[in-house]
Design a binder for this molecule. Structure first.
Ligand code: COA
Length: 144
């Protein structure tokens, strides 16, 4: 048996009450994947808009490439859709577009991670599209 202290920058998000959706994938009673969506305010001229950041997604080495990550993303997005918010991710441009994420949609959002890896997804029309503002990542993201 191995007992380890929880570690990882994302636990801070949960401890700070910023987690919106946190899911694990379980196979044979073993956790093989994890995904977290957390609150991400977007500051606009008209006030603050609530959005979510998708980070991290992780699947155990040896279990990758079998659809576990995709299943976590899709289920997480379903749960976020019920909240009517938009989602922002900083991730691989080969992976996230298959779920609908687009760099183009994020182009009006100022971000320290702006670039082709900075993508957004409108889970409900207008959640991100048409918004001009700046995302405000919690301080813990500086530790990533
Ligand atoms: C990225 C990750 C979560 C994907 O989970 P997964 O269960 O392996 O993914 P799926 O089986 O659902 O999808 C497989 C696809 O993901 C792609 N993929 C896997 N890891 C990738 C990575 N690091 N970057 C880009 N694409 C990746 C594979 O090439 C494959 O693409 P294809 O369908 O076009 O062949 C997982 O590989 C992982 O934990 N990687 C290490 C940690 C990491 O990079 N996390 C992402 C932070 S944004």
């Amino acid at each position: 048996m191995l007992i380890r202290e929880e570690a990882g920058w994302w636990y801070r998000l949960r401890d700070d009450g910023l987690a919106i959706v946190s899911l694990v994938a379980v196979e044979n009673e073993e956790v093989v994947g994890h995904i977290l969506f957390s609150e991400l305010p977007i500051e606009t001229a008209g006030g603050v808009i609530n959005a979510a950041s998708l980070a991290p997604t992780a699947v155990r080495p040896g279990r990758q490439g079998r659809g576990i990550g995709s299943a976590l993303v899709r289920r997480g997005l379903e749960l976020c859709r019920q909240r009517g918010i938009g989602i922002v991710v900083v991730g691989h441009p080969h992976y996230y577009p298959r779920f609908g994420f687009a760099t183009e949609l994020a182009k009006n959002l100022a971000s320290p991670y702006a670039g082709e890896a900075f993508m957004a997804l409108d889970l409900v029309p207008g959640a991100i599209d048409g918004i001009v503002g700046a995302v405000r990542y919690p301080e813990v993201f500086n530790q990533v």
